[in-house]
Ligand binder design. Structure first.
Ligand SMILES: *Cc1c(COP(=O)(O)O)cnc(C)c1O
Ligand SMILES: [Zn+2]
Length: 393
């Protein structure tokens, strides 16, 4: 690994990125500072195509084909909203069916560069599957810690990777800090939530969007947000492109949340500089249900810096967005359909103007959360072979 820094955008502190530092001592998240840029057009996988944007050596990466996901134009959404262009970045096309693979790949490269042979994460959903997949591919001892009440059907898709899966009884909040403490003591790299290389991994979402749009930048990028690591990374990605002279402006960002768990949108609406814990979170959008996001304060300050907004939507709006996306061939889990619902609301409120363009980040696959089927009125017909001719008339 080459010499690189982590910087805290809040207090300005800098750290050597070749040490296992996961957070600034002021409590805020850290971002990678690295001046490299350039695209290897012969490659599709993020680790190879955008390797110049990372301080790693080739052999430190363990690629599984992450990144290179489709940017799908949906003319029906543009027509409905009176927008010039609406596209969906389909992150379900990643190796473990969510964008988490981008950050996991970068964290695994970092862990290997620092000499770790053991990795882990604390997660309830997509992060667990992603770290399990990459840990298995890298042949590293991998520890996945999940909540004590995690259901069988969510354990199995993680356990299948053959990693060490621990269902831990006790306060989930404590599990996070306890994992970092034990990780330091036992030499396990815990790539939780919004650690620096998770955000640094998400930058490639921005690189791919810009490339697919011929290095023009959409007016809006709509990101379903929980911990805030992904939106932070996407913002950093557009900053890196601008810095490298590859684009000529920043987009505006729409931080999309469910009203049932909207700590960032609530703080934003109140004009607050810091997020507070969201009381009794409850939403069908489980993937974005973090009541006290570790990158919440940072997200608020970035939104203000780029004339951006945070919007929250109801459960009904989320379920409708999931159905409407699927009816256009894009089946995302409820959390990853929140952007469409938020774009509709922002357009209705006049935040997003007639004729603008937007990219919606569909962060993960609908098959990840089949319980959401119950929220839809799905129907099909039964008939006999004899009746088939009649049915197909
Ligand atoms: C993790 C996740 C998010 C939220 O990303 P953060 O970095 O926590 O803000 C959104 N959608 C899906 C599908 C996820 O798995
Ligand atoms: Zn700091």
């Amino acid at each position: 690994m080459k010499k690189a820094l982590f910087r805290c955008k809040t207090c300005g502190a800098e750290y050597d990125a070749r040490k296992p530092v996961f957070r600034c001592s002021c409590g805020e998240p850290l971002d990678l500072v690295w001046d490299g840029s350039g695209i290897d057009h012969s490659q599709r996988c993020q680790a190879k195509r955008y390797s110049a944007f990372y301080p790693f050596e080739d052999e430190e990466w363990v690629p599984l084909g992450e990144g290179g996901t489709p940017l799908v134009e949906v003319k029906a959404f543009a027509a409905e909203l009176g927008l010039a262009d609406v596209r969906v970045k389909n992150e379900s096309a990643n190796p473990s069916w969510s964008f988490k693979d981008r950050g996991t790949a970068a964290c695994v490269a970092h862990a290997r560069a620092l000499g770790y042979s053991r990795i882990g994460t604390v997660s309830t959903g997509n992060m667990a599957a992603s770290v399990a997949a990459f840990g298995a591919a890298a042949g590293m001892e991998t520890f996945i810690l999940v909540k004590g009440d995690m259901a069988e059907e969510k354990m199995a898709p993680v356990a299948i990777y053959g990693v060490k899966l621990l269902r831990v009884q006790g306060a989930y909040d404590m599990l996070y800090s306890e994992s970092l403490r034990l990780g330091e003591e036992r030499g396990i790299y815990f790539m939780n939530s919004d650690v620096p290389f998770r955000a640094a991994g998400s930058r490639t979402i921005s690189f791919e969007i810009a490339e697919d749009l011929g290095f023009s930048v959409p007016d809006w990028v709509v990101v379903p947000t929980s911990a805030g690591g992904n939106i932070r990374g996407i913002i950093n990605g557009f900053e890196d492109l601008l810095k490298a002279g590859m684009t000529d402006r920043m987009p505006r960002f729409l931080c999309a949340q469910a009203a049932g768990c909207s700590p960032i949108a609530t703080a934003f609406a109140a004009g607050a500089g810091k997020v507070t814990r969201f009381p009794s979170p409850h939403t069908i959008a489980h993937a974005i249900e973090n009541p006290f996001p570790p990158s919440g304060n940072r997200t608020l300050s970035e939104l203000r810096k780029y004339s951006s907004v945070a919007v929250s939507v109801s459960e009904e709006e989320i379920v409708k967005a999931q159905a409407d996306m699927a009816h256009r061939g894009l089946f995302g889990q409820p959390g990853s359909c929140v952007p469409l619902a938020c774009l509709r609301k922002a357009k209705a409120e006049g935040t997003v103007a007639e004729g603008q363009s937007a990219v919606l980040i569909m962060t993960g696959s609908g098959l990840k959360y089949t319980a959401a089927f119950a929220a839809h009125r799905l129907n099909w017909l039964d008939c006999s072979l004899e009746e088939l001719g009649e049915k197909l008339k």
